[in-house]
Ligand binder design. Structure first.
Ligand SMILES: Nc1ncnc2c1ncn2[C@@H]1O[C@H](COP(=O)(O)OP(=O)(O)OP(=O)(O)O)[C@@H](O)[C@H]1O
Ligand SMILES: [Mg+2]
Length: 274
């Protein structure tokens, strides 16, 4: 009875869910968003080398990518360059080798703002909400690039995160850690991204809240929005990952499916606590 695409139980790779495709497009997923899973990445930061300003290189020939309809997870020790890799893909630092390709288009030269217009949604690791604004104002800010009516998208986000609807007139800074992360993800969804990048969406939350957030992230992926995500909770994240990357000192140390990495002796010993 619900027409909420997030409540559909079909598999991750099935992007046909949601409303019938002949009517108005899914308010969150813009038409023309990711097509069904293929082996060509939908978003790739390829062979990236670079760092901050005139400082040393942090990334060394680093590649991270996500395929259509999939969840890709980046794990690795503190300071490994996970956030730097995400920022590089989003255009927040200059890479002097490598490139970023979104849906077949080389976007290496674009500003972060232009990448948002192209369909990238990014939730950074820190300062990802406006704490003094209400929940609803945060979502409205997220819609800054839109000139159309975004109320449907907001309703969808409230369906996905009911607690945000309840607290929509409350200052976002008053919310719990897990609720703030929902605001941050909701804000990014307001642009109807074709791909979503999340840097540690479960940082600092309890295991129960982490599970809930992962469930919501899987729901978003099921609507056809590929997700490239950094996670501190490596084991749990790899369990829901189609693809996983272990980064060490700015380099790709291990790459595989989530299952492969979970089964890899070396990965288990070094990064998953045995
Ligand atoms: N704005 C910055 N300017 C200069 N160096 C930075 C900046 N941000 C991060 N670094 C450096 O880049 C390296 C990688 O940091 P990064 O934040 O990408 O690691 P991370 O893998 O995301 O770590 P964490 O798990 O702690 O979030 C570190 O040596 C860090 O000191
Ligand atoms: Mg980080």
């Amino acid at each position: 009875m619900s027409d909420n695409p997030y409540q559909d139980g079909r598999g991750n790779k099935d992007v046909s869910l949601g409303k019938d495709s002949t009517s108005t497009a899914d308010p969150i997923r813009k038409s023309g968003a990711a097509k069904p899973a293929a082996d060509t990445p939908f978003l790739i930061g390829e062979n990236m080398t670079g760092g901050y300003g005139k400082g040393p290189d942090i990334l060394h020939d680093c590649t991270i990518a996500v395929n259509p309809g999939e969840i890709a997870v980046i794990v690795g020790p503190n300071g490994a360059g996970k956030s730097t890799g995400m920022k590089a893909v989003f255009g927040m630092l200059n890479i002097h080798t490598g490139r970023v390709v979104l849906d077949g288009e080389d976007i290496t030269a674009l500003s972060p703002q232009d990448r948002v217009v192209k369909g990238m949604g990014f939730v950074p690791q820190t300062s990802n909400i406006f704490t003094s604004m209400t929940v609803e104002e945060n979502l409205e800010m997220g819609a800054f690039i839109r000139r159309d009516d975004f109320r449907d998208t907001m309703a969808q986000i409230y369906d996905l995160f009911p607690i945000l609807k309840e607290k929509r007139y409350q200052a976002a800074g008053e919310l719990s850690g897990g609720q703030r992360q929902q605001v941050a993800v909701g804000r990014a969804l307001m642009t109807q991204p074709k791909v979503l990048m999340l840097d540690e969406p479960t940082a600092g939350v309890s295991p129960i809240v982490m599970d809930e957030l992962f469930d919501r992230i899987i729901e978003v992926a099921r609507t056809g929005i590929p997700i490239l995500m950094v996670e501190q909770n490596a084991r749990q994240a790899l369990e829901i990952a189609d693809k996983g990357y272990v980064l060490v000192q700015g380099r790709n140390a291990h790459t595989g499916t989530g299952k492969e990495l979970l089964a890899d002796e070396e990965v288990r010993r070094s990064f998953l606590g045995g």
